[in-house]
Design a protein around this ligand. Structure first.
Ligand code: GDD
Ligand code: MN
Length: 355
């Protein structure tokens, strides 16, 4: 078997027959041996539609689940059952055009490990979503990409449409929460090459989206779990938390020096910053990079302080640059802090706590 198409389905009765028909039209003359696997959690007549289609079409297989629920776990069960050399996952509702299947397959057959049709590369579009959903989706993607390094270069990392060689996922410790199976595959899968090709995400004709607030919450739980399971992503996260804790230390020390000891404002401010920097150094040394870095403190501490001071300059340069583009100073400063945090994390990782 060359290709298994895996389709999670939940109450999609009007869409089952059309999607099977369109998959056949797209693949029939391509000389590809393929099968279609529905992993179904439906609670309506979709179940009987699928049973009928399965009985008359030998390329269609259905796994009905009872009890278990959820899009991503359905796809994992599809991976376990599918027999193809390559897998393509797509939604049942025709928002993912089956006409793209031959192109995706050809890329996989040419040796690319992960192929992602993307709404966000040139030629693609996410026209099938309303404005609010677009904003939610954008925010979710950005948060995911900040949290997890392996998502950063992928423009459509939250898609439900993608292809993989079976070795990317079979045997990988997949254990997703909620909907976003692709982030689980990108973080835990075994792959070297990823390719994105443009497609147009269309509006639904029949039925309605099952996206919910619950699923958006599950997405954060899922991200949190992936970050805590991955040492390098966890480190950046810890670095940010410790950086934020430094602000609190800074303000507390300033307040004590000024009001309890009557020290002058300038001296109090400088001392508070130095104490905060030292506190950040100690926490990062003991927690963030606990297991790494063989250098002594008298090398690490000056490096850390030097990088932090340059970070302050970077923040100011960014703020000032953006000010000339009419960005308000607090917003520019916030962006500057973000840039200098990423920069100083990378420098500390590479220099201060180098293995
Ligand atoms: N088995 C199973 N179990 N399938 C489910 C479940 C479930 O609990 N919930 C939803 N599905 C199926 C739907 O039947 C459909 O085939 C697919 O998962 C996607 O559900 P939709 O309700 O159509 O989601 P959407 O269109 O709002 O969002 C989809 O497209 C986005 C863009 O690619 C999802 O795939 C998103 O993850 C994706 O970002
Ligand atoms: Mn949909």
């Amino acid at each position: 078997m060359d290709l298994s198409i895996i389709i999670p389905s939940f109450n999609e009765r009007e869409n089952i027959e059309p999607i099977v028909e369109r998959i056949h039209s797209a693949l029939r003359d391509q000389g590809i041996a393929y099968e279609i696997w529905f992993v179904d959690d439906s609670t309506d007549e979709t179940v009987s539609v699928l049973t009928r289609v399965e009985s008359i079409d030998e390329q269609v297989h259905v796994h009905h689940r009872t009890g278990a629920r959820g899009l991503a776990s359905a796809v994992v069960e599809g991976f376990e059952r599918a027999t193809g050399e390559h897998f393509i996952v797509m939604d049942a509702d025709l928002q993912h055009p089956p006409e793209l299947l031959p192109d995706i397959y050809r890329k996989l057959a040419a040796g690319i490990d992960v192929v992602i049709p993307s709404r966000f590369v040139s030629g693609g579009s996410d026209g099938g979503l309303g404005p609010l959903r677009k904003l939610v989706s954008w925010t979710a993607r950005v948060i995911g990409q900040v949290a997890l390094r392996r998502l950063r270069k992928i423009s459509d990392c939250t898609s439900g449409f993608f292809g993989v060689h079976r070795n990317v996922v079979v045997g990988a410790p997949l254990d997703p929460i909620g909907w976003k199976i692709l982030i689980e595959v990108l973080v835990k899968g075994r792959y070297r090459t990823v390719h994105e090709l443009p497609y147009e995400f269309l509006a639904r004709d029949a039925g309605e989206s099952k996206m919910s607030l619950q699923e958006q919450w599950n997405y954060f739980r899922h991200l949190f779990r992936l970050v805590s399971q991955s040492p390098s992503d966890r480190r950046f996260f810890l670095f940010c938390i410790i950086g934020a804790s430094g602000v609190v230390v800074n303000l507390v020390v300033l307040t004590i020096l000024k009001y309890a000891f009557g020290i002058s404002d300038i001296s109090a401010s400088i001392t508070a910053s130095l104490v905060a920097m030292l506190s950040n150094y100690i926490w990062n040394d003991q927690i963030t990079w606990r297991a790494s870095g063989k250098r002594k403190w008298n090398v690490k501490l000056p490096l850390f302080v030097g990088i932090s001071l340059i970070g302050i300059i970077v923040t100011t340069l960014v703020m000032n640059g953006l000010k000339h583009l009419d960005v308000p100073v607090p917003v520019g400063q916030a962006i500057g802090i973000l840039v200098s945090t990423v920069w100083s994390y990378a420098m500390n990782n590479r220099l201060t706590w180098r293995d």
